[in-house]
Design a protein around this ligand. Structure first.
Ligand SMILES: [Zn+2]
Length: 141
């Protein structure tokens, strides 16, 4: 099975992907390619599975612990009012979780983050900005 996330993971092993924050046993935590929600990250399972229920044990339980660790680190650094964790997979059916920190000054706080996705491209960040955020997140592990 191959998909856009399998290809990205394969390329991570061959060359340094600049947005990698942390390599877990079963997943990679990467900074999101936009920062419309400051601290937005994506956790990508290394193996291709379509559903959480397809992941064998003990990898699924280990992956859950990795999700918790990733969320804790993002919360520690960015101090959001609420963390929104989303796993859909309708576009890319390789298990991955989006972490959207949500803040008190968010005018759309009660809405799902996807309702603002038309703004995401306006919040792409420079390599310098992403390097600074990644350094802060790495230090919190
Ligand atoms: Zn895949």
């Amino acid at each position: 099975m191959s998909c856009i996330l399998c290809d990205r993971i394969k390329s991570l092993k061959e060359l340094d992907y600049p947005l990698v924050i942390h390599e877990f046993k079963n997943s990679y935590l990467m900074l999101g390619e936009h920062q419309y929600y400051k601290g937005y990250c994506v956790l990508v399972l290394k193996d291709h599975h379509r559903e959480m229920t397809d992941i064998p044990s003990p990898e699924r339980e280990e992956f859950f612990q990795e999700m918790m660790m990733a969320s804790s680190v993002i919360e520690k650094v960015f101090k959001p009012k609420k963390m929104n964790m989303c796993s859909l997979g309708n576009v890319v059916d390789h298990v991955h979780w989006h972490f959207f920190p949500r803040y008190v000054d968010d005018p759309h706080f009660t809405n799902p983050p996807w309702l603002q996705m038309h703004h995401f491209n306006s919040a792409t960040i420079t390599q310098d900005m992403s390097a600074q955020i990644i350094t802060r997140l790495k230090a919190a592990f």
